[in-house]
Write a protein that binds this ligand. Structure first.
Ligand code: AMP
Length: 199
């Protein structure tokens, strides 16, 4: 199963991705976590990505696609994965579709968490994140950066909802409420059988 979980910052995507991936028996792949691990390890890629992330901006598509594609080529992704935070632009979505098609594959579904903006801002205030076993407050969870991330989401990522709807892949799920409630809604609708192959 190859799935995408869409949703704005603070929609609970990371938490729900872990629940869903566990249930489906596939790895959850978070582009944000990949960038943070590189940053903690002090790699050149990590430094380049952090310059964008700490300002609430998106990392350029080529850099993002190359790091995610590298991760998806690892053996644990052979039978599928749940993507969390990727794709985030129409450009990335097109590149993902083309790369999958070139390998005779395609996505099986996209779930979108729909959350009220006040709930998102409330959740992000004071959020703690674990990076390589250490609990930190993310630079990009500061209030002014959160506002910029929301704006970036509306402008660059929200259009993916229509893109995937047009492809017949999208299911919208109410993301308001507590974690178990939202998990239960997602688990009710998550696709469990792969779509037939294109050929
Ligand atoms: P996240 O943990 O998913 O909220 O991602 C944290 C930050 O990493 C984002 O604010 C972006 O700066 C960067 N990032 C993560 N995923 C992507 C992506 N698919 N495209 C561009 N930038 C990304």
């Amino acid at each position: 199963m190859r799935l995408v979980l869409l949703g704005p910052p603070g929609s609970g995507k990371g938490t729900q991705a872990a629940v869903l991936a566990g249930d489906l028996g596939v790895p959850a792949i978070s582009s944000g976590d990949l960038f943070r691990s590189h940053a903690v390890a002090g790699t050149d890629l990590g430094r380049r990505a952090a310059a964008y992330s700490s300002a609430g901006e998106l990392v350029p598509d080529e850099l993002t696609v190359s790091i995610v594609a590298g991760r998806l080529a690892e053996p644990d992704c052979r039978d599928g994965y749940l993507l969390d935070g990727f794709p985030r632009t129409l450009g990335q979505a097109g590149l993902l579709r083309d790369r999958l098609a070139a390998a005779g594959m395609r996505l099986d579904g996209v779930l979108e968490l729909v959350v009220d903006e006040e709930e998102v801002v409330r959740r992000l205030a004071g959020r703690r994140t674990v990076v390589d076993g250490v609990e930190v407050v993310r630079d990009d969870d500061r209030p002014e950066t959160v506002r910029r991330r929301m704006q970036v989401y509306r402008e660059q990522t929200a259009p993916l909802s229509e893109f995937y709807e047009a492809a017949g892949l999208l299911t919208r799920v109410d993301g308001n409420g507590d974690v178990p409630e939202v998990s239960a809604r997602l688990l009710r609708v998550v696709p469990r059988t792969p779509r037939p192959s294109p050929r």
